[in-house]
Design a protein around this ligand. Structure first.
Ligand code: PRX
Length: 635
């Protein structure tokens, strides 16, 4: 197991060590894993011609580090406890031994379908154990999984399958979400009409709903698993071989396939999991994220299972069948560490005090949040009512690209402050710069958050587009990784994340590119142009505000048109990208070079009155008109 920091002086000591000798620091941690062959070189890196390689030449398989490494001690211990959407349905549990058998059987199924090392497999699945089994089976044979959150549309799924040239897709007939049944196979069927690289679609029977069956392409999971050989030797990979691709939004149109590699990601997720949450053997850890996002990859599956943890996986939502569902799960499974998002917390606050009034959760020791800045009110509610004033909150700042947690308190070790992510973890060297790239040293500064030295969990590239990777993170400030976030460092040296500085908006912890949403809006036949910005939203953190210019608006049909634009966005991307507000405008404020001045649009949507300098606009008169329209729309 990885070493665990247990005191503040221990943290300070480890942090110093990790900065003075980063390669020695990470090599010591890497030694605790199982390698077929030790690495040739600990680290090779360059942030000017960006390239990062950790433990190159080291040979391993991440699933051997989950299974073979843990089995002697924990073969009969639970690995996954699955809690269904409907609390009356039976829970499913897998010991490490049982999970290992399922993973190996499914690895053999994948092989039977022609999947080999380096091939891509797309997963479009509900939160059921088969999702974890499928991803680990890919890792077992060296295939690269690309999980697409099961709320994305057929078009968004097809785009991701095409970009990754996936060979096999895995889905379910459907999924449950509160009262709703999601017809996942229908979405996959529609996507597959555009995806010539897919030869097999393996379907888990979850809901038993009617599905259209495509002979020669569709295969039932249970049929394929029936009688399958229970042993699948691990494919031995290089530390720098890809482990997975996960698509996320950036400031330009297309989603980008963030690429993580085996060795560094393994070490980083295990280390951060054990330390941030102070996991001890036998604890029950519950991360309420969806595996379709990075949080689920790193802290439902890889981090916990590498560390031999018991990981709770939940299919449903926090308000079904009622707003006490999380607390019921925590009580039922005696959860020790609970990890969720500020949006989930705010949505529970909105449900009323009665759900937490007498909630008594003695098993809880640590609370975590992730995905967006947590406001102080939500922090206190979480701390006082859920954590009974005794559980530390770890406000964990990180990104799809960072692989694991970067800035966070270590539970019970680093003192916390509401709304502050607090201090960098060992191995992480943040740097704050102003817009010209000048370093802002010392305390009490505010600027753009960069990282100046590589860490093992960082993304290595974008699938098939290294140039875009370089442009996305390394082009703004020479020699630094730019996170896209604004940050403030206070007098105690604590970091407070202020949110995105680029054209990315964070809606309920989901990251969306404004350009991506605009592209979808512009597809509407009556739309000629649009600009999308985020605006403060009481529950979601940020809502989506779209300024839309139409060629014509049919008389008395404004609302209808707004609805059809919203439906269009849901279909093109996902319901999570659906605008909260649409304002029809006659034009957008533009600079002389034709660029939309979003700064002003953001201010108007946020009801701020300080618009800054508008003299460089070609059409300053439009601003007044837009403000007036906004007042009418939102009183
Ligand atoms: O803006 C930051 C915000 O979420 C972004 C990363 O989004 P994504 O790649 O989808 O990963 C989310 C889960 C790790 C960041 O650039 N963010 C994430 N965690 C926090 C946060 N903002 C403030 N506080 C956090 N704890």
């Amino acid at each position: 197991m990885v070493p665990k920091i247990t005191t503040l002086s221990g943290y300070l000591h480890e942090y110093q060590k990790s900065v003075a000798n980063p390669t020695g620091f990470w090599a010591n941690i890497a030694e605790t894993f199982y390698w077929h062959k030790k690495w040739d070189k600990i680290l090779e890196w360059d942030f000017h011609n960006p390239k990062v390689e950790w433990f190159k030449g080291g040979k391993l398989n991440i699933t051997e580090n989950i299974f073979e490494r843990n089995l002697f001690l924990r073969g009969e211990q639970k690995a996954i406890i699955w809690e269904p959407n409907d609390p009356n349905e039976a829970i499913r549990e897998f010991t490490y031994n049982e999970l290992f058998v399922e993973v190996q059987k499914f690895a053999n199924v994948l092989k039977k379908h022609g999947v080999r090392k380096g091939d891509r497999v797309a997963l479009y699945m509900p939160m059921i154990p088969e999702l974890s089994i499928a991803m680990l089976a890919c890792a077992r044979i060296g295939a690269i999984h690309s999980i697409v959150f099961a709320g994305f549309s057929a078009k968004a799924l097809a785009e991701r399958i095409i970009d990754a040239e996936a060979k096999v897709v895995i889905t379910a007939d459907g999924g449950y979400r509160a009262h709703k049944v999601l017809r996942l196979k229908d979405v996959v069927d529609e996507a597959l009409t555009q995806c010539p690289t897919i030869s097999s679609n393996i379907v888990v029977k979850r809901t038993g709903g009617e599905v259209v069956w495509n002979e020669g392409v569709d295969y039932w999971w249970h049929d394929e698993m029936e009688g399958m050989e229970e042993v699948a030797p691990a494919e031995i990979l290089d530390a720098e071989d890809p482990l997975f691709i996960l698509y996320t939004s950036g400031s330009t149109g297309r989603p980008k396939g963030v690429l993580h590699t085996v060795g560094g990601y393994m070490i980083y997720t295990a280390y951060t999991f054990r330390n941030v949450f102070q996991y001890s053997s036998g604890d029950v850890f519950f991360c309420a994220a969806d595996i379709g996002w990075i949080t689920g990859h790193s802290y439902i599956v890889y981090g916990p299972l590498l560390e031999g943890a018991i990981s709770v996986m939940f299919e449903g939502i926090p308000t079904y069948p009622d707003a006490g569902r999380y607390w019921d799960i925590i009580r039922k499974h005696e959860v020790n560490q609970f990890y969720t998002s500020p949006t989930a917390i705010r949505s529970l606050i909105a449900e009323g005090q009665e759900w937490v009034q007498d909630v008594n959760l003695p098993s809880l020791r640590v609370l975590g949040t992730v995905g967006e800045p947590i406001n102080e009110e939500a922090w206190h509610w979480y701390h006082d009512h859920v954590g009974d004033n005794r559980c530390p909150i770890v406000d964990t700042w990180w990104q799809t690209e960072t692989g694991g947690i970067m800035i966070s308190a270590i539970a019970g070790v680093i003192p916390t402050k509401p709304a502050f992510a607090s201090l960098p973890l060992p191995g992480i060297q943040p740097l704050i710069v102003d817009s010209e790239g000048n370093k802002l040293c010392g305390k009490g500064v505010q600027g753009n958050l960069c990282i100046k030295f590589p860490w093992p969990g960082m993304a290595r590239s974008h699938w098939g587009d290294h140039k875009r990777y370089v442009e996305s993170y390394f082009s703004q400030y020479k020699g630094l990784y730019f996170t896209g976030d604004g940050v403030k460092r206070d007098e105690d040296g604590y970091y407070r994340i202020l949110g995105r500085m680029d054209d990315v908006i964070n809606v309920s912890g989901h990251r969306l590119g404004t350009a991506e949403i605009e592209n979808a809006i512009n597809e509407h036949p009556l739309v000629s142009e649009s600009a999308v910005v985020g605006f403060p939203h009481a529950i979601k953190g940020q809502g989506i505000y779209a300024y839309v210019v139409c060629t014509s608006i049919p008389k008395n049909a404004e609302e209808e048109l707004k609805n059809s634009i919203k439906i269009g966005v849901s279909k093109m991307i996902s319901p999570i990208a659906r605008p909260d507000q649409i304002q029809f405008v006659n034009g957008l404020p533009k600079t002389r070079s034709g660029k939309i001045m979003r700064r002003i649009l953001k201010k108007i949507a946020a009801k701020s009155t300080d618009y800054g300098d508008i003299s460089t606009l070609t059409n300053p008169e439009i601003v007044e008109e837009i403000i007036e329209g906004n007042h009418k729309l939102i009183k």
